[in-house]
Design a protein around this ligand. Structure first.
Ligand SMILES: [Cu+2]
Length: 434
């Protein structure tokens, strides 16, 4: 299957979601029975075990970190090849790496509590599986680097966030390997060293990735470009702030500071590094303000910043349609023979080879429904009632959920067709602005 890497990343994320979330559902059901029906799954007495809860939470929770990071990996793959004007290096190995990460992510959960006392054999197993994940991740890093090699790199904000991600994630990943050494983890456990590692992978990997993706697809989503100069200010304050904030935390962790402290004594010698860390946190806050200013500025200058359908000289098919995309996306189903189909198409057009005109057909569309949103409000009411033991509120919420379900089940008016005339009109008005 020739899908762009972002599509593959969403695909592998969905696989992990499919297997990980049932564990969370069961865990919450058991917790509910403990709290509400006097069961003893996670209690200290009557046969229960609180560590069972921690195990279940991380059986879901470790795959969850890959659920959040894999789409970011997909974003980086798209951006690296677009802004290096090259095909992604090692496409197949990228896909395999992602699938292997998805699989391995289910066998590492106990690395969150090597100190539980499960013994050397169990700890060794989870240490090895954790270290193994560094291999496919390393493959991806090398492929991104090789894609850039001899490419004509353009330093636009999406690419800058991608470039910042690579060294940041390497350091975050390597400290992860340090943490995975079970005997050493008896020292690192619950220390600020762990906190620094976690934030480096989750901010340096996930947040940077979604920033890169937002900058990249912003014109496609909203029809205007974000002004680059403010974006660069945001980038630098964010990145300098990041290192000033989190690097001292590795040190203060090795000095013995544990997580979740509300205060500590002056004689610990931790305050200087914590103070540096605080400065970094505020710098990141300034970076965030620059980003807010960037969006506000973009909305104000909407007309002058108006984006074409293909503002980055893109490679994948979303760039072949206008910005913002019409509700039906593609007027005719596009060809998808190549990963960089739009790039190939542009090359063909440059040689004067145009695709045959395809006849327009009415487009089948789903109708929007507000019921899922209303239902989620009722779920919230029910959950709130259960948490505080207000049964009347819980029943009210559940009744609302039931009514929503029934209403949706009996609603057959769920789709419509966009007639050809309307597609023609939309395309003509949008193409005018391309
Ligand atoms: Cu983990």
């Amino acid at each position: 299957m020739k899908m762009p890497m972002f599509t593959w990343s969403v695909f592998s994320t969905c696989i992990i979601i499919l297997f990980a979330f049932p564990i969370l559902t069961v865990t919450l059901a058991l917790l509910f029975l403990d709290r509400f029906a006097g069961a003893h799954f996670f209690t200290l007495d009557l046969g229960g075990n609180p560590m069972m809860y921690i195990n279940l939470i991380w059986m879901w929770g470790h795959p969850e970190v890959y659920i959040v990071v894999l789409p970011a990996f997909g974003v980086f793959s798209e951006i690296v090849s677009t802004f290096s004007r090259k095909k992604l290096f090692g496409y197949k190995s990228m896909v395999f790496a992602m699938l292997i990460i998805s699989f391995l992510s289910f066998f590492t959960w106990a690395h969150h509590f090597f100190t539980m006392g499960s013994g050397a054999d169990v700890n060794a197993f989870f240490a090895v599986t954790t270290m193994l994940i560094a291999i496919p991740t390393g493959v991806k890093i090398f492929n991104w680097l090789f894609t850039m090699y001899r490419g004509r790199i353009r330093m636009a904000t999406p690419m800058m966030w991608t470039l910042a991600f690579i060294p940041c994630f390497i350091v975050g990943g390597m400290t992860g390997v340090l943490l995975s050494v079970a005997p050493a983890d008896f020292q690192f456990h619950n220390s600020y060293f762990l906190i620094a590692h976690f934030h480096q992978v989750l901010i340096g990997g996930v947040v940077f990735g979604y920033f890169a993706g937002l900058y990249y697809w912003w014109p496609k989503m909203f029809g205007f470009q974000l002004e680059e100069k403010l974006g660069k200010w945001a980038f630098w304050t964010w990145n300098i702030g990041f290192y000033v904030c989190f690097m001292p935390q590795y040190a203060v962790g090795l000095m013995g500071m544990t997580r979740r402290l509300s205060t500590y004594g002056w004689d610990t010698g931790w305050w200087e590094l914590n103070f540096v860390s605080t400065i970094g946190a505020f710098l990141m806050g300034v970076g965030f303000l620059f980003q807010v200013a960037q969006i506000a500025d973009g909305i104000r200058k909407y007309k002058t910043l108006k984006a074409s359908g293909d503002p980055w000289d893109g490679r994948t098919l979303e760039w072949s349609i206008p910005s913002p995309a019409p509700e039906y996306n593609f007027a005719v189903t596009p060809r998808g023979d190549d990963i960089d189909e739009w790039w190939e198409e542009k090359e063909r057009r440059a040689k004067g080879i145009y695709p045959p005109e395809q006849p327009l057909e009415p487009i089948h569309m789903p109708k929007n429904s507000s019921i899922p949103f209303i239902m989620s409000v009722f779920w919230f009411v029910a959950g709130f009632g259960f948490v505080f033991g207000w049964l009347w509120m819980a029943i009210l919420g559940l009744a609302g959920v039931g009514i929503c379900m029934i209403a949706r089940s009996f609603s057959y008016d769920t789709d419509y067709y966009i007639p050809v005339d309307e597609i023609k009109r939309t395309e003509a008005s949008l193409r005018g602005s391309v």
